[in-house]
Design a protein around this ligand. Structure first.
Ligand code: GRF
Length: 189
């Protein structure tokens, strides 16, 4: 059986991207075809190359116009796209090309704390300011609206009275690392 080929899109540190790369390294059914980044100095560019994964860096204009990224995905026979801290909007053309085949992870329990401009620390700060009792992560399909695609899975964590931005960030990353690769695996198989 042909392996399912993943593209991972990432703009930053890429701890999730790296975790996914490592998870599928031994898989007989899934392989990471390449990592795409819109930032050539993003740490994930270097770490993916160190893992032996191809990397393509594109401009923000390339992301907006869709053509180059569609060509890259086609030429590398990509079946699914995984977003892991990719901070640009996915163009409509790519969503149409990959219906229900583009997956994102968001560091809150959507629909809470989602939407344009809600990413990274901003999400956790808002959660703490509102004295929420819990937060978590959402894995969802990507549609044309930020963070509004169909939810695939959510995982929650409690927020303690002594919670800080740093401790919440760590909890959320832990949840992401524990769950994102296996949820992707379930979708693909
Ligand atoms: C993660 O928290 C993810 O939820 C969000 O962006 C962050 C990326 O972190 N979409 P990393 O670059 O994978 O460490």
């Amino acid at each position: 059986m042909k392996k399912q080929r993943l593209a991972i899109f990432a703009s930053g540190t890429g701890s999730n991207a790296l975790n996914i790369i490592r998870f599928f390294k031994q898989s007989k059914l899934v392989e990471v075809g390449f990592v795409l980044s819109n930032k050539n100095d993003a740490p994930i560019v270097k770490s993916a190359l160190q893992e032996g994964v191809e990397v393509e860096v594109v401009s923000n204009q390339d992301v907006e116009s869709a053509q180059r990224i569609m060509e890259l995905c086609a030429s590398k026979s990509i079946d699914y796209i995984v977003l892991a801290g990719f901070l640009r909007k996915i163009p409509k053309e790519l969503i149409e090309q990959y219906p229900n085949k583009i997956v994102n992870i968001h560091p809150s329990l959507l629909p809470k704390y989602g939407g344009k401009g809600m990413y990274g620390e901003r999400v956790h700060k808002a959660v703490l300011e509102n004295r929420e009792k819990e937060s978590g992560i959402t894995i969802h399909f990507v549609n044309e609206e930020f963070d509004q695609g169909k939810i695939i899975a959510q995982f929650a964590c409690a927020i303690d009275n002594s919670e800080t931005l740093e401790t919440l960030q760590q909890k959320i990353h832990k949840l992401e690392h524990e769950n994102y690769p296996s949820v992707i695996n379930t979708i693909l198989l």
